[in-house]
Design a binder for this molecule. Sequence first.
Ligand code: MN
Length: 329
Amino acid sequence: MSNAETDAAAVRCGALVEGDRPTGSPRVDVLSAREVPLGGPRAMRVRRTLPQRERTLIGAWCFADHYGPHQVAASAGMNLPPHPHTGLQTVSWLFSGEIEHRDTLGSHALIRPGEMNLMTGGHGIAHSEVSTPNSTVIHGVQLWVALPEEHRSTARDFQHYVPEPVEVDGAGIKVFLGSLVGRTSPVRSFTPLLGAEIVLEPHATLTLTVDEAFEHGLLVDSGPIRLIDTVLRPTELGYVPRGTETLTMANETDAPARTLLLGGPPFDEEIVMWWNFIGRSHEDIAKAREDWEASSERFGVIEDFPGGRLSAPALPNSVITPRRNPPPR
Ligand code: MN
C-alpha cells in the first residue's frame, strides 16, 4: 500500500506519557474512517482509520487502510507501481482477491486471503502491489507497524505466514502476529504486537483474555459488533486503552461478522510519518525523499515491473509539525 494523498500531510505521532494507567471499566473510543483515493484516475478508494487526529498509534500499529469489497471489473482494482518505505513494516491481509507483490529483495509473491505478508522496510525498500486477473473482488486491509529506534534502520525483509484457524466459542480466529487463544504466530516483530482476524458466528459472544499491558483496536469489516458496551459499525475502529485483561465482543446479527483485533503496548517514541516514510525528524524524511528521487541504492530496483515508479510528492514548505496521541485516560 502507498499513501497517495496529494497533500501528503505530515503527521508526527506519539509519545505517550509513561506512568498513566486508566482506571475502572475500559471505555471504547470509536474512530471513524475517512475515504482516501490510492492515486490514479480510476483509483480505488480506501478507508483510513489510522492515523487520525484523535489517535495516531495503537501499540506500534500506525496506519490502517481498509478497502473493498471492490468489483475489480468496475474499477482499477489495486495498481500501485514501485514505491519506497522506511522505518516501518507493512502487513497485508486479504479477505478476498489476489495481489501480486514484488519488492527490491527480489521477492515475487502472491498475496491471498488468510495469508499474511509482512514486509520490513527498515533502512529502505521498494515494492509494487497489483491485483491480479484472478481477482474479481478485492477486499482486505493494509497495516503499517512503526519500527522502534533500535531497529528502524534494519535490513529489508519479507515474511509470509498462513495461520491455522482455531474455533473458540462460536468464533473462527486466525492469529497472524503475537499470541491469542493459545496460538502464537512465529512471525518476528520488533515490538510486542497482536494481530488476528476474528469471524463471529451469528449471535456469538466471545470473551478473550488479553495482555493488560496492551492497548487494542478492533477494526470492524462486517457487523455491527458490540465491543464491551459499545456498538461498532462496519469500517469503524474501536480503541480500548491498556489495563484490561479481557475483551468481550458480540455479534447480535443473523449473519457472520468479521473483524481484526490489533494490539500492542503503547509506543513511547515520537515518530514522523510523511508519504511512505517514517523517521524521527523532518531531516530524516527529507533525506529519504531525496534518496528515492535520486534512485539511490538505499531502496533498490524492481527489475521486472512493467512500468514506471511512483514519484514522491513535494515536501511541505514548513518543517513538519507535531501531531500527538491524546494523553492516556
Ligand atoms: Mn506500500
